[in-house]
Design a protein around this ligand. Structure first.
Ligand code: GDP
Ligand code: MG
Length: 378
């Protein structure tokens, strides 16, 4: 009950650290992202996001379900259409996340596209066929370990399903539990991939036992968590894993309104020396089009080009699609939300407003610590 770190609170609410900083700053409280927040401050933030705090530090999971739909407004309700699930792969280091993603990318991305896949978009679309019906799914690449905790918040905010990879020769480890806790806090359904079943010493039963002792009961044992035995190396069980992802997605009845202007989250950003700022946007509602005026946190611009995960230029991106865009004035921050404006002037002034709030907040926090040094602003 002694409070919670800003980062943990952000993760529990499936928000960015910066959103917490901003909300508190608007209330006259300057904090840094590394700071521990006391109980009152945690409650203040939770109230702002309409989430109830049961005990200090415990946030009601039921309330978080509401958050995952923040991209849908009342006006969208009449125009909802189903959209593909957005899937992230999480798990302990070396349990096979990258291998599994690589296998899926190499073998499952629509034929003819695989050769042209560009590194760096951080997302790709896979068609999964179940009983003759094709179901598109969008997979997000997990970020590197160094960025893991900062990106966790982003992962939950954008993901509909978490595939948690557990190596059958190593079992449940700290980052396995962290991934599960995070998915649960954000109310994201979990599918377990018990990986490396090709290895000597692999024991899927032990993994299932361990997981059930942590509250995840396998479907096979009468529970509600799909657990699929796979080998990312050989490809064994990957089709079954994907089918389970589709089945879990269908239960969620994921939908969005493709007829409105786009809204969503920046999932990756970088500076290209020749082309300028590049950002990968995940469209979570609406349709993004060439020529749209977009605001992403402190950056803005007119979308000059959209590229899909093969690097091909496209004219539009519909709900659940991830596209790389050109045209922003600066490199945005991964995790920032984006929205569309009618006028470049309005987008510019919103971007400046946001930048000023963040600058003031950093200044105030540093001044409070008596540590305003030049390199603080590097
Ligand atoms: P990550 O850290 O979770 O991304 O794990 P990696 O995908 O990098 O895998 C870690 C190591 O485990 C690598 O040496 C992989 O070749 C190996 N590995 C991953 N999946 C399998 C598998 O299904 N079977 C076997 N035998 N090795 C695997
Ligand atoms: Mg990896």
């Amino acid at each position: 009950p002694e409070g919670m770190s800003c980062q943990d609170l952000a993760a529990a609410l499936a928000l960015n650290d910066s959103e917490i900083v901003k909300v508190l700053f608007m209330k006259g409280i300057a904090i840094t992202v590394n700071q521990t927040l006391d109980e009152d401050t945690v409650k203040l933030v939770c109230k702002e996001f309409e989430v109830e705090v049961v005990e200090a530090g415990t946030i009601r999971v039921e309330d978080l379900a509401k958050k995952s739909n923040t991209f849908i407004d009342d006006e969208d309700l009449e125009h909802l259409e189903s959209r593909p699930p957005v899937v992230t792969i999480m798990g302990h280091v070396d349990h096979g996340k990258t291998s599994l993603l690589d296998f899926i990318r190499k073998t499952k991305v629509a034929a003819g596209e695989a050769g042209g896949i560009t590194q760096g978009i951080g997302a790709y679309s896979v068609d999964v066929t179940v009983e003759g019906e094709v179901h598109p799914c969008v997979f997000l690449d997990t970020p590197g370990h160094e960025a893991f905790s900062a990106m966790r918040a982003r992962g939950a905010r954008v993901t509909d399903i978490a595939v948690v990879v557990v190596a059958a020769d190593d079992g449940v480890r700290p980052q396995t539990l962290e991934a599960i806790a995070h998915a649960k806090a954000a109310d994201v359904p979990i599918v377990i991939a018990i990986n490396k079943i090709d290895k000597d010493g692999a024991n899927a039963d032990v993994v299932m036992q361990e997981l059930s002792s942590h509250g995840l009961m396998p479907e096979e044992w009468g529970g509600d968590i799909p657990m699929v035995k796979v080998s990312a190396k050989k490809g064994t069980g990957v089709d079954s894993l994907l089918e389970n992802v589709v089945l879990v997605a269908e239960l969620q009845e994921l939908s969005a309104n493709p007829e409105r202007t786009a809204k969503g989250t920046v999932i990756e950003a970088s500076l290209d020396k020749a082309r300028g700022p590049l950002a990968t946007l995940l469209v979570q509602n609406g349709t993004l089009r060439k020529g749209d005026i977009v605001l992403c946190g402190e950056t803005y611009g007119k979308v000059r080009a959209l590229m899909d995960h093969t690097g091909a230029r496209v004219d539009e991106a519909r709900p659940s699609a991830a596209v790389q865009i050109l045209g922003l004035n600066e490199v945005p921050v991964a995790g920032d939300e984006f929205e569309i404006f009618d006028s470049l002037d309005v987008a510019r002034s919103k971007a400046q407003e946001h930048a000023e709030v963040m600058r003031q907040s950093r200044l105030a926090a540093q001044a409070g610590e008596g540590k305003v040094t030049l390199h603080s602003f590097a």
